[in-house]
Design a protein around this ligand. Structure first.
Ligand code: 0GY
Length: 294
């Protein structure tokens, strides 16, 4: 089965920036391999196989300690590849699943045991068919009982319509990829101000300052995306997460060097304190609370 976008970088550089010991890559994926974990019949793209062994080797190569593995749309609501990776990684990984409304309590419990700590609600129209909001509400009520949180993926033009729904959801809400701003407008544009205001008004909304490679117009080294991430890190130092987004599904313009993505970190989190929060304290509090001292 051929992927319909670029393959991931075959040999990323060792980053110039060395992450602090215990750093977490809080947004990455495992895909397949398709002969063991087939892709969803409803998928909108076919990825390259990106198996757990490659992800864990990349983690070590980049100098990270742990991963948060996020279920992507190409695997639909079949979380088998994710759970398999979590079982292999043990305490070194946690997961974000995508579930259908008919998931059973026993299935949720099994995922919890494997290390799943959140569900993802995907609103990106090119990736998924529309899900009625009451379906998401029903899932949210069930998973918060497990102590899980919700990860949401949407694009900036949809924020205005979605905001009332997002703020009605219970518990912590993590927004993927900064809510996908249009970086050509600049980080002080009213559209991005609106997102900043949403976070300022809602303490339970967190954000991943990830995906410069997806958001950039200028290309590497992502000078046009840095001001957005930096603004969020400075405004909300205790509610930001960082991730590689390996293996970068759907990247058609260029495939990033993951080492170069790590080198963006000190440009968006400019103090040691900010980097410790971004890479260790925040993801540990959310995904490994049992290891976090109060
Ligand atoms: C990402 C981004 C993308 C894909 C998915 O679920 C997915 O398929 O999230 C994208 O195409 O923007 O986070 O990997």
């Amino acid at each position: 089965m051929d992927a319909d976008y670029l393959p991931f970088h075959p040999a990323p550089k060792v980053p110039d920036f060395t992450p602090p010991a215990g750093a977490v890559d809080a947004h990455c994926h495992v895909f397949g391999p398709a002969d063991t974990f087939p892709y969803s019949a409803k998928r909108k793209y076919t990825p390259c196989d990106a198996p757990k062994e490659k992800l864990f080797a990349l983690r070590d190569h980049l100098g990270f300690s742990r991963n948060v593995i996020v279920q992507a749309s190409c695997h639909g609501t079949d979380n088998a590849a994710l759970v398999d990776a979590l079982e292999t990684a043990g305490p070194l990984a946690r997961g974000v699943a995508v579930v259908s409304p008919d998931v059973t309590d026993a299935e949720l419990d099994a995922m919890d045991k494997a290390g799943v700590r959140a569900v993802r609600f995907n609103f990106v129209k090119r990736l998924v068919d529309d899900t009625p909001r009451e379906v998401f509400t029903g899932i949210a009520e069930r998973i918060t009982k497990l102590g899980w949180h919700i990860v949401v993926y949407f694009e900036a033009p949809d924020l205005e319509d979605l905001a009332p729904f997002l703020t009605s959801l219970p518990g912590i809400i993590v927004v993927d990829h900064m809510g996908r701003p249009d970086v050509s407008k600049g980080a002080d544009h009213p559209d991005f101000d609106r997102f900043i205001a949403l976070m300022a008004e809602n303490d339970n909304i967190w954000v991943k300052v990830s995906c410069p490679e997806r958001l950039t117009v200028a290309g590497p080294p992502y000078d046009d995306v840095v001001p957005f991430s930096r603004r969020l890190v400075e405004a909300f130092p205790d509610r930001v997460l960082w991730g590689t987004d390996w293996p970068h599904p759907n990247m058609k313009s260029h495939m990033p060097d993951d080492g170069q993505l790590v080198d963006v970190i000190p440009r968006i989190a400019t103090t040691e304190d900010a980097r410790r929060k971004l890479l260790i304290d925040n993801p540990m509090r959310l995904y490994w609370p049992e290891e976090t001292k109060s």
